[in-house]
Design a protein. Structure first.
Length: 246
């Protein structure tokens, strides 16, 4: 972790509060909606991803440890068979692609998510072929940068009962993140455990706020919040792309 100013540390803390809030409030998107903000502070995905992954493992485990009966294990196993190979390919890309290209990929994918939210477009699956395509794309995006959640969630929504959806997704995230963290260990990537612990309390604040907002977001569909998120993401990622491509 390079030296940061006090203002930069304050911004980092706010981003991790936001990440925790989105993750527990919507059940997905903690990395996808926060990673562009992190890259504005330090444009190195391999620095942030281990921290985000550690937090995801901790808070997902805390959320589902006493709710394992509320997990659709049958569909989870089926989906993981499709997700595994593109996930591994994505992890290899993360470890081998130039950092500048990774930054552009993250901004571009998140920019598309932002546009979808602005225009109230939902990634939907209507048949098995589309299911598999979305899972493959989501698995690869998850492997490169942990931002495949919206695509994967679109498939899970069609197959998992709403009362089991969030918990099933959390277990899926835990499995996918465990694969990525294992690859980090194998390739001797710094897991940034010290900074993950430093930022754990602020992420916990966001996690708590998100848990309290979850039922409200589910009740009203979250459309208003997603549209606001989309406008912010489009502005941030659009600027980020212009800067990265300049």
């Amino acid at each position: 972790m390079p030296p940061l100013t006090i203002i930069e540390w304050v911004l980092v803390c706010l981003v991790f509060v936001w990440s925790g809030f989105v993750r527990s409030g919507l059940g997905f998107g903690g990395a996808a909606l926060a990673m562009p903000l992190m890259l504005f502070i330090i444009d190195n995905p391999l620095l942030w991803l281990p921290i985000v992954a550690t937090h995801l493992l901790i808070f997902s485990a805390l959320t589902v440890y006493n709710r394992l009966r509320e997990v659709d294990w049958k569909y989870l196993k089926k989906a993981m068979l499709i997700l595994l190979v593109p996930k591994l390919i994505g992890v290899f890309g993360l470890l081998s692609l130039p950092n500048d290209l990774l930054v552009i990929i993250i901004y571009a994918i998140t920019f598309c998510y932002g546009l979808a939210y602005v225009f109230n477009y939902s990634f939907k699956s209507g048949n098995r072929l589309v299911d598999n395509i979305l899972l493959v794309m989501g698995g690869y995006a998850s492997g490169t940068s942990l931002i495949g959640a919206p695509l994967i969630s679109a498939v899970f929504v069609r197959h998992v009962a709403i009362e089991k959806l969030r918990n099933t997704l959390f277990v899926a995230w835990m499995i996918l993140v465990a694969i990525k963290m294992s690859a980090f260990v194998v390739f001797e990537i710094d897991l940034q455990f010290k900074y993950a612990l430093y930022l754990l309390p602020v992420a916990a604040i966001g996690h708590y706020l998100g848990l309290n907002m979850h039922n409200r977001l589910i009740r009203d569909g979250g459309d208003k919040y997603k549209r606001m998120l989309g406008m912010v993401l489009v502005a941030i990622c659009g600027y980020g792309l212009l800067t990265a491509l300049a």
